[in-house]
Design a protein around this ligand. Structure first.
Ligand SMILES: [Zn+2]
Length: 84
């Protein structure tokens, strides 16, 4: 069972399933066999990264495109400085 964030640099404990993302991948258990396994990426890590399964059956972290980060959304600059 998933116990902590799959990012080795994070390692945050799983407490709430609503925090972050759960992934289900068919990983290679033994050569020629695969089994389903769950992986959890915490909320902080899933804001900037995602999980992929490589062709060889390994789970890999990869960065999300910058525009996918909801915390980086800003407002367009105003043409004139606002008074007050
Ligand atoms: Zn994490």
């Amino acid at each position: 069972m998933v116990g902590q964030c799959v990012n080795p640099k994070c390692g945050r404990e799983l407490r709430y399933l609503r925090d972050g993302r759960i992934y289900l991948f068919e990983v290679v258990a033994m050569p020629g066999t695969r089994r389903p396994e769950h992986f959890w990426l915490c909320g902080k890590c899933s804001a900037t990264m995602k999980l992929n399964l490589s062709a060889t059956g390994e789970v890999k972290l990869s960065p999300l495109p910058a525009q996918a980060n909801p915390h980086k959304v800003g407002y367009p600059d105003l043409p004139f400085p606002r008074a007050g």
